[in-house]
Design a binder for this molecule. Sequence first.
Ligand code: ZN
Length: 240
Amino acid sequence: MIKVTVWNEYAHEKESEKVASIYPRGIHNAIADFLRCDDIEVRTATLDDPECGLTEDVLNDTDVLIWWGHIRHGDVPDNVVNRVRKSVLKGMGLIVLHSGHHSKIFRALMGTSCNLSWREDGDLERIWTINPAHPIAKGIGRYFELDGVETYAEPFGIPEPDEVVFMGWYEGGELFRSGCTFHRENGRIFYFQPGHETFPIFYNENVQTIIRNAVRWAAPVLRIPELDCPNVQRVHNVNK
Ligand code: ZN
């Protein structure tokens, strides 16, 4: 089983009737609902839980963490961010969705501004699969369309991704690297752009397939118990 924790700041759903009507049990539960299957076990955590629901025990028991945040990035305590960052370096997978591009954890792992340009007018987005052999693209066609999204536009202030799996094109003319992978020490990271709270993006079948594929791709291959820098003995003593 792959153990997934879906984290959501869980703010818009409590403050906006429109968002609550789309995600009545929160974005985290909408994601958890479609992820649960034979090989994926899911728990959820939110900002207002003690320790943001991301204690050492929870992280040690999480293979892949999914992150959705937007207006309360600044309320995530730095010690929690550091704990998550260390877990990724030790091998935990991380999937950052949509406005999570500006989360403390994504910026900490990227080391750059992660800035982009944006417009919220419900553009159609055509998402092109530009790396069809990538495991995250399995089952996705040449392209698919989302008929109402928040536009995110290049330049995207990220380091050069290890792989760009999807490119987004918007009817307003913009382009965006909508699905990118990164490796940080032992951990795998996938950033995926669709997912604005006022659009029912997480009910789209292609989006669900991509996030499910990303969970399987990001699951740890190797997980080390501690980040250490040991002084070691010679392997060979032949010449001594
Ligand atoms: Zn948004």
